[in-house]
Design a protein around this ligand. Structure first.
Ligand code: ATP
Ligand code: MG
Length: 398
């Protein structure tokens, strides 16, 4: 019996079939089904043209109509339905110049990147597999559909996709596909940074990231990634760590940044077009990691980090020094024992300081609050308003 995620979507296929069109599950969901992996969403391909799809379903949204994709709402769920298509004339090693809608499933499967991603399955579980994707899945092989050299020249992002599937699935790249990867890696320069970033992050988050990273270096693809061309040794250094597979994408990034020791960290991360929030949290965590390495977890460091960042940092530190690291449970315990865990818990406010001192507001308030905060966290002063006031007076801080 098909997994429920497919079962729920069968009525969508049936609606298209009842209108005399073909409809199949395609792409990643079919691959993951044969791999026994969790399926997050199903993609549907059909012989119906977009306007025909829109006539069949009541609630639709044009999310990528130029590429033939219509978003359909059925029974409260969203489905991406894409018309069978071919892609032609790739003049710039990236997106196709022209997308042509077709009525044949085979034509659609042929344009897909790897054999494992080029299978289709109908509502009854019958599989259409013209490029022997099932066999390649069985042998854990990544192989392009057709000539690897032309497929990578058509769209150079496929090379990054190959490496990320190595990292996510633990597959190996088939021989001639690998040769073409090494030969054409330079073409990746034509690909938009955002797309490279998305694939790179999937590589860093994969269960077999060690293999993915080795391949990124072996094929020279890393040279086309923002600011990484001189960091061949650092990338390989990551792969030598024993506990690397325990790290998630974000933590692996952090470890890489630690090894790279970039001075202009923000500038480097900006080149990857990462969100400002991510850039800030990575910069903060990297600084915390360096401090944790020299001083260990002091109360004040733990407080400044916050629990989430501290756990990330310690996971990374565990890779650098497995015997010297603290368990998450222990770290959580230490964090929960802090007198305060955020500035809101301070018994004193900036307003109190102004009232007590009869002085105007200004930068001194922020400085004084930080000083009070540090003493409270370090338990040299209790978090008690009256005691704090007396303490400030005694050391002439008002
Ligand atoms: P994931 O599980 O990460 O979503 P996926 O294989 O579903 O992996 P998508 O990017 O969602 O990847 O693409 C869906 C399908 O579209 C792929 O399985 C593949 O058949 C096809 N595809 C995606 N990108 C390309 C590409 N650059 N060239 C050719 N076919 C592609
Ligand atoms: Mg997908």
């Amino acid at each position: 019996m098909l997994p429920s995620i497919f079962q729920q979507a069968v009525p969508v296929l049936r609606k298209l079939e009842e209108a005399d069109f073909e409809a199949y599950f395609v792409g990643g969901s079919v691959r993951d089904y044969f791999l026994g992996r969790t399926i997050n969403d199903v993609d549907i391909a059909t012989s119906a043209y977009p306007d025909e799809v829109k006539r069949i379903f009541q609630k639709t949204f044009d999310i990528g109509i130029d590429h033939g994709t219509v978003l359909v709402m059925e029974e409260g769920r969203e489905y991406e339905i894409t018309t069978f298509r071919t892609e032609s004339s790739y003049t710039d090693y990236r997106r196709p110049d022209k997308v042509e809608f077709i009525r044949s499933l085979e034509g659609d499967l042929k344009r897909r990147d790897f054999t494992m991603n080029s299978m289709a399955m109908d509502g009854g579980g019958h599989v259409v597999d013209p490029f022997n994707g099932k066999e390649d899945i069985h042998n854990k092989l990544i192989r392009t559909v057709g000539s690897p050299a032309s497929r990578f020249s058509e769209d150079a992002l496929r090379m990054m996709r190959a490496v990320r599937f190595v990292s996510q699935l633990g597959f190996t790249v088939e021989h001639s596909t690998l040769d073409a990867l090494c030969e054409h890696s330079g073409l990746l320069e034509h690909i938009a940074v955002e797309r490279k970033t998305a694939e790179f992050e999937k590589i860093l988050g994969g269960k077999w990231k060690e293999e993915g990273l080795k391949l990124l270096v072996h094929t020279n693809l890393y040279r086309e990634l923002p600011g990484l061309s001189n960091f061949h040794a650092e990338l390989l250094k990551l792969t030598e760590l024993h506990q690397l597979d325990r790290l998630d994408q974000h933590q692996t990034w952090l470890l890489l940044l630690y090894y790279m020791g970039k001075e202009d960290l923000q500038g480097f991360l900006k080149r990857w077009r990462l969100p400002t929030k991510t850039i800030h949290s990575r910069s903060k965590e990297l600084a915390i990691l360096k401090e944790r390495k020299t001083t260990g977890w002091t109360k004040h460091l733990l407080y400044r980090a916050g629990l989430a960042a501290a756990l990330n940092v310690e996971a990374v530190y565990g890779c650098l020094d497995p015997s010297g690291s603290v368990s998450s449970e222990e770290l959580k315990k230490q964090f929960n024992q802090l007198v305060i865990t955020s500035r809101q818990q301070l018994e004193v406010t900036g307003h109190d300081l102004m009232t007590w001192s009869a002085k105007q507001g200004g930068p001194w308030i922020k400085e004084r609050l930080a000083e009070i905060e540090m003493n409270i966290v370090n338990e040299t002063v209790p978090n008690d308003k009256e005691v704090i006031r007396r303490w400030l007076e005694t050391c002439s801080r008002l």
